[in-house]
Design a protein around this ligand. Structure first.
Ligand code: GDP
Ligand code: MG
Length: 602
């Protein structure tokens, strides 16, 4: 297609403002989908994505649109992942487009995620086309939202398209606005091939499918290409696009978005942001903005039933085939036996993987306290030189006498909230060691910027924020590097034995409160035993908090555990199968839920 007839765009929106519904309508209107196919949202194709209403993997759809001027345009609609955990993927998808539809709910108005996404879009020099959606709602106030877009975001919204994606209003106008407002791509067909690897996923029939945006040159079947960052070479065996059904094409020219396959077996070989060029006539320079993504949140995952370890290994390996951004290595825990230490891009990413393991692979898992990565400078010792370690498991915490300094990752968070919740939110940030950077008011809402240690956020910050604000506050963050902190390892001892899966790195200033809270929680979560069970939180040898679970009364004991061994065994078996799954720890049984529940700071 000639460049002037191509439009590449993404849709940005706060969650639930109607991005997927609008995308489906655009596909339907241009003939890619029937009414019946519309019923299941096409762009959110994974079960978990649908339930959580988020897009994990970017998808792209090509639409052929005959405009009012009679010309046919190739519209490439790129769907971007909607969560902070996947910020780098989002940035590459945006880099593949020249413009964006900004969808804002006509009743809700501009929200924090709208803002975060729109700023990114502006950074990529996008032409932004505002779309005010859900005008069918009784509470819709398009004029207020129009003013909000202009005041808060600072772009002209006088020609904003008014839509109801749900009832199909304003769809034709949206398509016209895309053609009229979003600039066509630039590119040189005769220059050496330069294509950006935007995304990749594993398909059981095609192998790894790679989504690309061609900058210069032409991609064709049979071409030998080189991935400049990875340094690997591949033979292209398919070129095509999605409409949204897969369609093979003779080529992808400059400015176009589509897919290639090249008999690649693992997504780990395809780094998002890599530059694809030809072997015979390579581009001089790779595309800017490439980054190797690194996991930032780590936790242990253990099977509840030790016999499931192999199944867990297989399941994790299989998931990893399709998600190169999470990592895993074997780990052993005194409390939990064999399992894996896994790394994730963030807590949502962790939850998604955990959910898939539980649901798709039918595994019962215990997940240990999530931890961020700390950088520790070690002093020289008699046997060891001074050196630096990256700690991502509290179990590997070195002898405190060897520690010269510990640094922890910090984030910059932007919270957007109705005024009435601001007080409680400021307190929450303050409790989590936050440093306030900015506070502004826009039309009855506050936008507050805080710097916070990531380890104070990974537990339940987001849940707390949502509950404090009854769901109205929104939250976005980016990492801003490492800072030194007075951090110590806190152990939890149950019946005088440390439970490694519950130990965590905490700031000394909050250690006592956190320790007390953990002990109180565990006291409620661990059932009574025949004997008194002390629960302690300790730093080094020093106990900082303590609770005691009283022993069971004799008559109760007699009923439960009395007499013959076979009955006791039956009871235990039943427990193992039933809901109340326990971990035998020394002589104490700890229910599975306790490991996670104890970490919620509530
Ligand atoms: P996304 O999270 O931005 O992708 O939002 P969705 O497209 O999944 O829409 C979120 C919810 O809003 C769904 O229940 C949609 O049916 C609904 N929705 C989307 N567009 C409209 C609209 O124009 N009017 C109304 N009333 N509801 C809409
Ligand atoms: Mg959606």
């Amino acid at each position: 297609t000639d460049l002037s007839h191509i439009r590449n765009f993404s849709i940005i929106a706060h969650i639930d403002h109607g991005k997927s519904t609008l995308a489906d309508r655009l596909i339907q209107q241009t003939g890619g989908l029937t009414e019946r196919e519309m019923t299941s949202q096409v762009l959110d194709n994974m079960e978990i994505e649908q339930e959580r209403g988020i897009t994990i993997k970017a998808q792209t759809v090509r639409l052929n649109y005959v405009a009012n001027n009679g010309e046919t345009y190739e519209l490439n609609l790129m769907d971007t992942p909607g969560h902070v955990d996947f910020a780098y993927e989002v940035s590459r998808s945006l880099a593949a487009c020249e413009g964006a539809l900004l969808v804002v709910d006509a009743a809700q108005g501009v929200e924090a995620q709208t803002l975060a996404n729109v700023y990114q879009s502006i950074e990529h020099d996008h032409e932004i086309v505002p779309v005010i959606n859900k005008i069918d709602l009784p509470a819709a106030d398009p004029e207020r939202v129009r003013t909000e877009i202009e005041d808060i975001i600072g772009i002209d919204a006088s020609e904003a398209v008014l839509t109801s994606a749900k009832s199909g209003i304003g769809i034709a106008e949206t398509l016209e606005a895309i053609v009229a407002k979003i600039p066509p791509p630039k590119g040189d067909r005769d220059a050496p091939l330069k294509a950006m690897l935007v995304d990749s996923w594993y398909d059981p029939y095609l192998g790894v499918v790679i989504l690309v945006r061609v900058i210069d040159g032409v991609l064709k079947k049979g071409l030998r290409v080189k991935f400049m960052q990875a340094g690997t070479e591949h033979l292209i065996d398919r070129v095509g696009c999605f409409r949204p059904k897969i369609e093979q094409l003779p080529e992808l020219g400059p400015g176009e978005i589509g897919f290639i396959t090249a008999q690649i077996k693992e997504v780990a070989q395809t780094a998002v942001g890599d530059t694809i060029t030809t072997v015979v006539r390579p581009a001089a320079k790779a595309l800017p903005g490439f980054k190797q993504v690194q996991p930032v949140v780590f936790c242990g995952m253990f099977p509840v039933d030790a016999a499931d370890f192999e199944k867990l290994r297989e399941s994790i390996s299989r998931l990893r085939l399709n998600d190169a951004s999470f990592s895993f290595e074997m780990e052993t825990s005194a409390a939990l036996g064999f399992g894996f230490r896994c790394g994730f891009l963030g807590l949502l990413h962790l939850e998604i993987i955990q959910e898939r393991l539980t649901r798709e692979y039918d595994l019962d898992l215990i997940t240990t306290a999530p931890s961020v990565v700390y950088r520790i400078q070690l002093n020289k010792s008699r046997t060891d030189d001074a050196r630096e370690i990256m700690l991502h498991n509290p179990a590997d915490y070195p002898d405190p006498s060897r520690i010269a300094s510990i640094e922890e990752p910090w984030i910059k968070a932007v919270i957007y909230t109705p005024d009435e919740y601001l007080g409680s939110i400021l307190k929450l940030c303050q409790d989590r060691r936050g440093v306030q950077k900015d506070l502004t008011y826009v039309g009855g809402r506050a936008q507050v910027t805080y710097e916070l240690p990531l380890n104070e956020v990974v537990f339940d910050f987001y849940d707390r924020l949502k509950s404090i604000s009854r769901g109205y506050a929104s939250f976005d963050y980016e990492q801003i590097g490492l800072r030194e902190g007075d951090l110590v390892k806190m152990n939890i001892l149950v019946n005088a034995e440390p439970v490694d899966a519950l130990s965590m790195i905490v700031h000394r200033g909050v250690a006592e409160a956190r320790g007390r809270h953990m002990c109180e929680r565990l006291k409620d979560l661990i059932p009574r035993h025949l004997f008194k069970v002390p629960i302690q939180a300790a730093i080094g040898g020093k106990v900082i908090a303590r609770e005691t679970i009283a022993a069971m009364r004799k008559d109760v004991t007699a009923k439960c555990y009395g007499g013959d061994i076979s009955r006791k065994k039956k009871l235990l078996d039943k427990q193992k199968k039933g809901k109340a799954r326990m971990r035998e720890y020394g002589s104490v049984s700890i229910p599975q839920e306790a490991f996670i529940a104890a970490l919620r700071m509530g």
